[in-house]
Design a protein around this ligand. Structure first.
Ligand SMILES: Cc1cc2nc3c(=O)[nH]c(=O)nc-3n(C[C@H](O)[C@H](O)[C@H](O)COP(=O)(O)O)c2cc1C
Length: 238
């Protein structure tokens, strides 16, 4: 059982505490790989479009991005965390997600994603946790991730863990632990069921790629879809 965690902040604050509580029941029997942003993906996408048009390995930041992508593809469970910063995920998280834009379904989605499960943990002081989670969920669902669970918490007190009233800390811990235990009861030898909406997106893009391929059979994304057999009868889900 492999878990890959993408931490949207390097700070060992509240987001970190909540993530540690989530992982606690898995310690000892899961192989956990963690990335901390921006440390592990420190640069912005500059919009050169080399990943889209040619090859993701030619990106100036491929050394960072490909390490993260490999861990994401190998994991049974993906965990993404972020505090809300001005109603959104952290800039560091957004910068990392931009780098994986070429994995969105209209481009070259990875077939491994279609049976995968993910948990997104966000928290905020008063408002913005849900929109922060949506920033991450948008990418995951367009990557094709089959099951995405969101836990979004509101502090409504202090942004320092030790100053949060005990009752509130227990309440937040219990909510995280409940999701963690639920995810532990899953049989990871079976892929998650691909949602109807993901299939709709796939078929819409399949039509688009088929048309693009008629205009230019050498187009990078079309060639990828064709090589995978997706413009024919093959599907990325089981
Ligand atoms: C730059 C910045 C922007 C923030 N924006 C919001 C916000 O829009 N809404 C909110 O409720 N909390 C906001 N917060 C509070 C954070 O969401 C979070 O609760 C706090 O930073 C504690 O989390 P941490 O210890 O993991 O950093 C912001 C914090 C920072 C540093």
């Amino acid at each position: 059982m492999k878990i890959t965690v993408i931490n949207g902040t390097e700070k060992k604050g509240i987001t970190y505490r909540l993530k540690e509580i989530f992982l606690e029941p898995w310690r000892g029997d899961a192989e956990i790989t963690e990335f901390y942003l921006p440390r592990d993906c420190p640069n912005f996408c500059v919009g050169c479009t080399t990943c889209f048009m040619k090859d993701q390995n030619l990106c100036k930041d491929a050394q960072y991005v490909q390490r993260i992508e490999k861990a994401l593809l190998e994991a049974d469970l993906l965990v993404f965390t972020s505090p809300a910063y001005v109603f959104h995920a952290t800039g560091a998280m957004k910068a990392m997600l931009d780098h994986l834009g070429y994995r969105w379904m209209p481009h070259r989605p990875a077939k491994e994603m279609f049976g995968k499960r993910a948990v997104i943990i966000t928290q905020c002081l008063g408002a913005g946790g849900k929109s922060a989670a949506k920033d991450i969920k948008d990418s995951l669902s367009w990557w094709g991730v089959a099951s995405i669970k969101v836990v979004s918490l509101k502090l409504m007190s202090d942004i320092n863990w030790d100053k949060i009233p005990e009752k509130k800390r227990t309440e937040m811990s219990n909510r995280i632990l409940k999701v963690s235990r639920k995810m532990r009861s899953v049989d990871y030898s079976r892929p998650a069921r691909t949602p109807f909406m993901t299939k709709c997106k796939f078929y819409a893009v399949r039509m688009l790629q088929t048309n693009l391929g008629k205009e230019d059979p050498e187009y990078t994304d079309y060639k990828y879809w064709k090589e995978n057999g997706w413009t024919g009868n093959v599907r990325p889900w089981k």
